[in-house]
Design a protein around this ligand. Sequence first.
Ligand code: ZN
Length: 353
Amino acid sequence: MDEDKGDIRMKVDFKDIAKDLLYYTGISRSLLWILRISGCSMWLIFTYHRVSGDSRNNGYLSIPDYLFEQHVRFIKHNFKAVSMLDGLETLQQGNSKDIYATINLDDGYMDNYLYAYPILKKYHVPATVFLATDFIGKRHIFWWDRVFRVVSSRRVNSIEFHMDSKKMRFSLDGMQKRFFVTNRINSFLKTKSEKEREIFIEDLEKSYPPVQDTVPAVMLGWDEIKKMMDGYISFGAHTKTHRDLRTLDDEEVLEELRGSKKEIEKRLGTEIAGFSYPFGVFDERVKALAEKAGFKYARTTVQGFNHSGTDRFLLINITVGGPDVKLSFLVSRISARLLKIGWILLYRTGKKR
Ligand SMILES: [Zn+2]
């Protein structure tokens, strides 16, 4: 049995205080300012999934709309907000003195249209939405959201299940813990076949029946997608069925890549240049096939910032969603990382002189 020791919450609380201190004392912002005037060229991609209109009902990989607005305002005021193609061009030229930033939204949830789009429009901030085309216009609930629906249910205070032959038991006190357990289960299920995953989730739902009136997430339809194309929002491909491409053969991978690309191009009458790897995962073969399928770039979920040496088929990002979506946390996270990278770049520049 793998029983959690219950010390996660304590650790997170101390970290939270440190992040808040960094932010509210202004240290984070000072670091950003120093880096901006130091002339280090960088491109930050912020990846979101869901934006919730209800601050009490925060879904998996979700951010409440009022916090999303704080993030967008921060990005607009502290970086040069650009589209993916403009960011890519800047990266390839490698001579910009600005820090660029772009917003991505993965999967194509309807809440992107309802809550994210009006905010992006209000602040004139561009974003790219990556669509898994087989789910467009459907009342679909992704398997990782089904897991979160069970684990986040307030009627469930502890949970038991088997990971392979190992019995696991977790108490579910607090949202941090519920996210932790969801991530643990989802990471495990990502490695399983579709059939094995379905059996696991069905068992979980049988043991802990989800509330019946929970409305499945509705995905974006073509009407909403077309309405969003007014200069601020562009679209990219995220395969047809959102499977781990490493588990498919070449022909299947190309069908997922070309199929989603062509479908969006046909519907929107515009070239689709960008691709986002489902689950952010890739290997050399999948990366080569993304290039073969005709994309100009592909984004992973590797955490960090892009610079002139970044491979355009391995763009890296900052994933936002879950329990730690406060602006102060995000700013502290990026300024600490920027400081590290900025320091390396300044050191290199100094050595060249
Ligand atoms: Zn996805």
